[in-house]
Write a protein of this length. Structure first.
Length: 518
């Protein structure tokens, strides 16, 4: 929290309706959304007229709606058709008093004649319209065919507008600032065309950028599942992706093998090739490269599952991912397919139920990942390389309608990583075309600051109650995040001075919810 600021808040909602059109067709309509919001007043700046003109406003969220039709044409032929619309938005407004101009009255006192503010505004609106169809067809008792396609259109629009004070030598120290030509009240403010522009007005730099692009995506997949024997099955398939940003078609094979062992255990092996298309700013920005190819990752997974009893289950998995053609900038800030990396790890999951009233699960994961940005660079730990992660969940049903649940989480944290690795694509709604608060890669030559996440843990508690009223079921819950108010932090290190600064993450947070089912 910041002194003088308004308490940040977030909210979300969910709605779902199921309707039986007939014995073979089911219609579902759903909607959900969430918003993060805060409005902070800078406590270091005295209120002016009009008041509250110095501060920061942030609002970020999404909403989505969908219509889904599930059709059971025959016992062998199932169709799932969906039409969805989602909307992502981001609004940031920053305003701060930068200069005052005054004149002396007859008594020699200063009388303010005008004020100049610096500001930075971002507005991003990105709707996404998607049509998707998935089908399952049983060609034979031991062979099932699965196929589907997806078409998506996303007309992204973002605006950036800023005016920043340049620290000129001697500026702000003279009582004759108007005579020094720093500001002219009658100077005409230029009108910007629909293109990026940066101008310097006296000692102020003004920037304007407008980005508009219609992203179009098409996807399809075809997969066959074949039971070679009652205990052995195999699945083979491929996925096809097309994105108009790169005008490239990628083919990604996938496969898995499942073997049921005599002692109620199951052993699975899976392989997949996954491709990630370049982000918008890597292709369309001034320093972008329209010839970029997708990054490629080869996934290998081995999983073991054992049922100790009908109420107890143990899972163990190990995996390895090899990454090639990572898109990284060269010395001239041009983007190339020159990076590489790898991630390996293991996960263990134990689920148990002591009785009808007590159940829970325990999970542990170990991960190690490294990347290099250039072919001649050594491999270094990756930002999201949380070596150890532990989660413990326990739920108690006091009565059939009253429950208490707890969840404890622990993460061993991450190593120090350049800040640009975290914030460069913070504006995910336009795939990074608006790098928030400036392109932090430009700071690399001056010694880019580092950031790390120290060890993290917290306890969450949820209490829920439901009531049956005629044909309705009404439920309410109270959830408290970080019950014991653990002061988890984000640590920043100045790469030049070595100065360490820590910023607290969210403290204890309670919130309530209401559900209605009919």
């Amino acid at each position: 929290f910041i002194d003088g600021g308004v308490l940040p808040y977030f909210s979300d909602y969910q709605f779902k309706l199921n309707y039986e059109l007939s014995g073979k067709h089911q219609l579902m309509v759903n909607a959900f959304g969430a918003v993060d919001h805060f409005d902070l007043t800078n406590p270091n700046i005295e209120e002016r007229d009009p008041p509250n003109e110095s501060g920061t406003y942030f609002k970020n969220g999404f909403e989505a709606q969908g219509i889904h039709l599930r059709s059971l044409f025959t016992e062998k032929f199932i169709s799932n058709l969906s039409l969805t619309r989602s909307f992502n938005f981001l609004n940031i407004n920053f305003l701060e008093l930068a200069q005052e101009f005054y004149e002396l009255d007859a008594d020699g006192k200063r009388q303010i004649t005008s004020q100049e503010y610096q500001h930075y505004n971002i507005k991003v609106n990105v709707p996404i319209y998607t049509l998707r169809e998935d089908i399952e067809y049983q060609l034979a008792p031991a062979f099932q065919l699965e196929s589907g396609f997806l078409f998506a259109l996303s007309p992204a629009l973002s605006l950036e507008d800023g005016k920043f004070l340049n620290e000129l030598e001697g500026a702000g120290d003279s009582e004759d600032e108007e005579d020094a030509g720093l500001f002219d009240e009658e100077e005409e403010v230029p009108q910007f065309p629909e293109a990026e522009k940066s101008l310097k007005i006296n000692n102020f730099e003004t920037v304007y950028d407008e980005f508009e692009y219609d992203f179009q995506r098409a996807e399809g997949y075809l997969q066959g599942r074949y039971e070679l024997s009652p205990s052995l099955s195999v699945a083979l398939g491929a996925r096809l992706d097309y994105l108009n940003l790169t005008e490239q078609l990628s083919i990604q094979p996938r496969g898995s093998l499942s073997l049921e062992l005599p002692n109620t255990s199951t052993l699975r092996f899976a392989y997949g090739r996954y491709e990630q298309s370049p982000l918008a700013y890597q292709v369309l920005a001034d320093d972008g490269n329209p010839n970029l190819k997708p990054s490629v990752a080869q996934h290998y997974i081995l999983e073991f599952e054992h049922e100790l009893s009908p109420e107890t289950e143990l899972k163990f998995a190990t995996y390895y991912k090899d990454i090639q053609n990572l898109i990284t900038p060269d010395e001239k800030a041009n983007y190339l397919n020159q990076g590489a990396g790898f991630v390996g790890g293991a996960e263990a999951f134990f689920r148990f139920r002591l009785s009808e009233k007590f159940f829970g699960w325990l999970s542990y994961s170990w991960t190690h990942g490294e990347r290099r940005l250039h072919p001649d660079d050594p491999y270094e730990p990756y930002l999201f390389d949380n070596t150890h992660i532990v989660s413990i969940v326990y739920n108690t049903s006091i009565t059939p309608t009253f429950e208490i649940g707890t969840k404890w989480q622990y993460s061993s944290g991450t190593s120090a990583t350049p800040v640009s690795e975290i914030f460069l694509i913070q504006d995910a709604t336009t795939s990074g075309m608006q790098p928030l608060f400036g392109n932090l890669q430009d700071a690399e030559s001056e010694g880019q600051p580092l950031a790390e996440l120290p060890a993290y843990h917290r306890l969450d508690v949820r209490i829920s109650k439901t009531w049956n009223v005629k044909s309705y079921q009404i439920g309410t819950f109270l959830e408290v995040l970080n019950v014991y108010n653990q002061k988890n932090t984000i640590r920043g290190v100045n790469a030049i001075s070595g100065e360490v600064q820590e910023t607290n993450q969210f403290p204890i947070i309670p919130y309530v919810g209401l559900t209605v089912e009919f």
